[in-house]
Each structure stands twice: as structure tokens, then as C-alpha cells.
Design a protein around this ligand. Structure first.
Ligand code: SAM
Ligand code: SF4
Length: 342
């Protein structure tokens, strides 16, 4: 190893993007993601240590991974997260390090993360109303997230993306207000269709789904027009000329608005794999195939062996994720996004 290579799966897709769940813990309990009591956590010893995460990512980078997104659970509650970013930023093959966070701890961490080498963040924000925010997150303080957004702008972590999960009857009346943020700020607000994963503890949940087409129609009615992208390199799909635009802009806006639905996911251009906090590599979000890297790592496997396992996971990537089946009521089978690293 040592030579830069390309990681290509059995269907000719080049895999360049690794989403890494650095913890299964979270300091919020968003109603659409976790049950109130939280999810059953892995024991501390099952979770990859910072140096183990760094080693896997280093090996993956030598195989062709160029972009790493740190997620969770909540990545900012992970001890050593700044050190991890710092170590990753030293890996020559990694050209982009991003993070998806609920933003609560950004006021204190935005600067150290920026200095450590983080390139950009996606911040989850489902409502602009403090009381509603407390309800949706089951105790979060909106002020901290807004202060976190200011902190990331102050330190130049850009472009900022906002992830908004739209829930019918809960926050769908705020679509226009949240979209309006893009008028003043150069942010990309991405509306996400709620995915009724079965075991997030919200079992009667499909009635909260607001179809992405409905969200898009509401924004288009505000006079928005399609733009080429806004997606960034983490988006595998570019639908330009192939159906409704995924990104649009409001008149006079500095930022753009995106629409994300797992159901629209185009498997043929998927470029990603996922690493869970306990060291399993998942070739596809919507399949139960996984390759254990932790056991061999702890048994002293050489880099070449770990590289072989990463290639094996990539070779097992299915041609198509079974979106419909995964979302169907299939108790116990579907993990929530917080467990697999949303
Ligand atoms: N804690 C971090 C956060 O909230 O940004 C990172 C992990 S979270 C699982 C990643 C993203 O998944 C968030 O933007 C969250 O809103 C989204 N998410 C979680 N559960 C979801 C669901 N059932 N449907 C759609 N999006 C979901
Ligand atoms: Fe935590 Fe993120 Fe899930 Fe909310 S969406 S409970 S912040 S992991």
C-alpha cells in the first residue's frame, strides 16, 4: 500500500466518500430520531478509539477515499473529536473533512475544530421557535444552536448547510420561514423528508411524512428558480435535466435551498460507504450487509488486511438499496439514523 488507488465497486461506481459515526451518544432526543429514553448504547470498549478511527480512515484514504464526514449520534459529544479532526487533516489523501451536528456545542468548539482542519459543517435545525425546538428535540435550547451558527460563520467554516426535517403537523408551517434564512445568509437550507424508520420509537409515524414534492411546491410558489447545485461533493445525485431540481434559490437570496428524500436517492451514482461507531463498515445504508473492522484491528491486523476488508465491503455494495422495503414496517430490522450515522 502507499500508492493512491481508486475504490470501485462491482457496478463501476467509484467510492470516494466515507461517513463516520464517531459515537452513538447524543445530547438531544429528537422525536423523529430517538425514543425519549435514548437508544441502547454500545459499551465504551466496543466503540472505536480515536486512533483506531484515524487508522481506518488513513487506510481508506490510500484506497481512494477523499472525503470524510463525521457524524453520530452527536459527533461533538465525542471525547477527542478535535484531535480526530487534527489527525485526519494530516492525511494527504483526505481533501475534505465535514461534520453533521446538532450545533449545540458549536459555540465552544467551532474555533478549535476550524483550527484543527475541519472544512465545513451541516447543522440540523428544524424550527426557529424556541418552545417548539424544545419539544422536537425533547429539551434542546435553540439559542445555543443559533450561537453555534454564528460561531461557525465567525471562524469561516463554510459553506454552512442547514438540515431541516419536515414533520407534518409539527413544523411544516415553518417551511417558508426557514427558507427565508437564505435571503440574508449564504447558507444552503436543505429540507429533508422524514424517514419513518421503524425502531426510532415513534411507531405511528408515517402520518408525519411531508412529501418532498409538497415542500418543493411551497418554495416554488415563493418565486424560487432552479440552480445548478449547492449540493457539494457529499451529494451523489445531480438531477439537472433529469426531473425536478434538487436546488433552488429565492429571489434576491444569498443562499440556496435543497430538497432531500431518501426515496429519490439515485443508487447508480452513490459514492459512499459508512463506518459505524463500533467499527462496522456498511456498504449501503439500506442493506444489512456489514464488515467488521474492529476485531481484526484489535487482533493486530496489518494495514493490508484492513485494506482488503474495506475492499470487500465495497465489493459487497448492492446495486440498489431497498428503500421501500427498508422503510416498510419491519420491526427490529431497520436501524435509526442515529445508530448508523445519519
Ligand atoms: N446529531 C447530528 C445531527 O442531528 O445533525 C448528526 C446525526 S443525525 C442522525 C444526522 C441527520 O439525520 C440529522 O440532520 C437529522 O435531522 C437526520 N435524521 C435523523 N433521523 C431522521 C429521520 N427519521 N428522517 C430524516 N432525517 C433524519
Ligand atoms: Fe441526536 Fe442528531 Fe438524532 Fe437529534 S437527529 S437525536 S441531534 S442524533
Amino acid at each position: 500500500m502507499g500508492r493512491m488507488t481508486r475504490l470501485v465497486d462491482s457496478f463501476g461506481r467509484e467510492i470516494t466518500y466515507l461517513r463516520v459515526s464517531v459515537t452513538d451518544k447524543c445530547n438531544l432526543r429528537c422525536i423523529y430520531c430517538m425514543p425519549e429514553e435514548g437508544v441502547k448504547l454500545k459499551s465504551h470498549s466496543d466503540i472505536l478509539r480515536i486512533e483506531e478511527l484515524a487508522r481506518i480512515i488513513d487506510i481508506a484514504s490510500r484506497l481512494g477515499i477523499t472525503h470524510v464526514r463525521l457524524t453520530g449520534g452527536e459527533p461533538l459529544v465525542r471525547q477527542g473529536i478535535v484531535t480526530l479532526v487534527c489527525v485526519l487533516s494530516e492525511i494527504p489523501g483526505i481533501s475534505d473533512i465535514s461534520m453533521t451536528t446538532n450545533g449545540l456545542l458549536l459555540p465552544g468548539l467551532a474555533r478549535p475544530l476550524r483550527e484543527a482542519g475541519l472544512d465545513r459543517v451541516n447543522v440540523s435545525l428544524d424550527t426557529l421557535r424556541p418552545e417548539r425546538f424544545r419539544k422536537v428535540t425533547r429539551h434542546g435550547d435553540l439559542k445555543s444552536v443559533l450561537a453555534g451558527l454564528k460561531a461557525v460563520e465567525d471562524v469561516g467554516l463554510s459553506p454552512v448547510k442547514i438540515n431541516t426535517v419536515v414533520l407534518k403537523g409539527i413544523n411544516h408551517d415553518e417551511i417558508a420561514d426557514i427558507a427565508t434564512l437564505t435571503k440574508e445568509r449564504p447558507w444552503t437550507v436543505r429540507f429533508i423528508e422524514f424517514m419513518p424508520f421503524w425502531n426510532n420509537g415513534w411507531k405511528f409515524n408515517s402520518r408525519y411524512v411531508t412529501p418532498i414534492s409538497e415542500i418543493r411546491d411551497e418554495i416554488m410558489a415563493e418565486g424560487a428558480w432552479p440552480v445548478e447545485s449547492g449540493a457539494g461533493q457529499d451529494e451523489p445525485t445531480d438531477r439537472a435535466g433529469r426531473g425536478p431540481a434538487n436546488y433552488v434559490k429565492l429571489p434576491g437570496a444569498k443562499g440556496s435551498i435543497g430538497f432531500i428524500s431518501l426515496k429519490d436517492h439515485i443508487c447508480s451514482s452513490c459514492n459512499r460507504i459508512r463506518l459505524t461507531a463500533d467499527g462496522r463498515l456498511l456498504p449501503c445504508l439500506l442493506s444489512d450487509i456489514s464488515v467488521d473492522l474492529r476485531t481484526p484491528l484489535r487482533e493486530g491486523a496489518k494495514d493490508g488486511v484492513i485494506a482488503g476488508l474495506i475492499c470487500k465491503a465495497v465489493s459487497l455494495k448492492p446495486e440498489n438499496g431497498r428503500v421501500a422495503e427498508a422503510m416498510a414496517a419491519c420491526p427490529g430490522e431497520n436501524p435509526s439514523l442515529s445508530k448508523i450515522g445519519g
